[in-house]
Design a protein around this ligand. Sequence first.
Ligand code: ADP
Ligand code: MG
Length: 399
Amino acid sequence: MNIHEYQAKELLAKYGVPVPAGHAAMSVEEAVAAAKQLPGPLWVVKSQIHAGGRGKGKFKELGEDAKGGVRLAHSLDEVRDHSAEMLGKTLVTVQTGPAGKEVNRLYITDGVDIAREFYLALLVDRESSRIAIVASTEGGMDIEKVAHETPDRIHTITVDPATGLMPHHGRAVAATLQLDKDLAKQCGKLLASLYEAFVGTDASQIEINPLAVTDKGELMVLDAKVGFDNNAEFRHADLADLRDLSEEDPMEIEASKFDLAYIKLDGNIGCMVNGAGLAMATMDIIKLNGAEPANFCDVGGGASKEKVTAAFKIILNDPSVKGILVNIFGGIMRCDIIAEGIVAAAREMDIKVPLVVRLEGTNVKEGKDILASSGLAIIPADDLGDAARKIVAEVKQPA
Ligand code: ADP
Ligand code: MG
């Protein structure tokens, strides 16, 4: 689960992380009221969407010359004008994809005079099974470019979970960021707070970009992106309130109600599978045959009729779906039960796009017989390669 920048900063502040003062706002009036509570004379009006790159982003409804999604304001009038221009508009950034995201919340925050900008992130490094600290002096709005062109300017150290964060980690990060004396001390303290926040909330990432040195010689977090490990959700009931459903795909929310894992993609073949590994293999083989998956819906272990019906509904809700590939391995759940579920769901749904079904596993013969005798236009497949070739041929046929 991801949260907004203002929520991330409020959370980090509780752990002692230094952030500029600020308030969230849902309307122009709230934005001006928020600015009045801050000292000025410089404010920053920041679009709150679950994507980075806002500063360099463009609003769809505004011209190419219009300012981006993070704007400085030198007066309350400017706060008002920027807020009015940004609210309700669609912000397109390198991270949102071409569709962009509608801005419904703003964050009004103290403007800071920046002397230097760094990049600092904590994340779970799967390779070392540790929390990794990633730091670079090249912070700001072009970190993707730095990672691509000068990867040697990005330094990573990992933390042994047996010892937790040690003072030497703080010194190493301070050295990387070329901070000495008091700033090095602040850096050690900041890192300790970030680490405590990371472990305490079961975060999957905390990304600070930029971490700034202000003209007053203070380290300050100016932008924060925080994501949590969904598997630890049950341990953090309080964090659930931070979820902003308007930032999530409506069909993914619908799927989660049925305990289905649904992921929207860009192609035109809908995939119903059981298990994440089979989902990956199914998508790979569709691509190998020259087409692209539109989505995948993982019905998990117990593929009941209700679940299969819900999965068909969710897959078919996507207008880009021109064909469906069902690829299910009957292990604990027998193929005949799955086949009955597919037939019942297909009858109820009146599916108009080609449907290829590949079953394998326990009672596969009985399962195939049920599909064949259903009278429905289900195209059976013998193995994964056969299934992929058949569905790709179907969707590639001229209409
Ligand atoms: P994004 O990463 O989505 O573009 P940021 O929050 O990093 O958004 O803002 C973009 C840039 O705006 C930052 O790199 C920084 O230079 C500037 N900025 C952000 N917050 C402040 C602030 N409180 N005071 C001064 N400048 C800021
Ligand atoms: Mg940023």
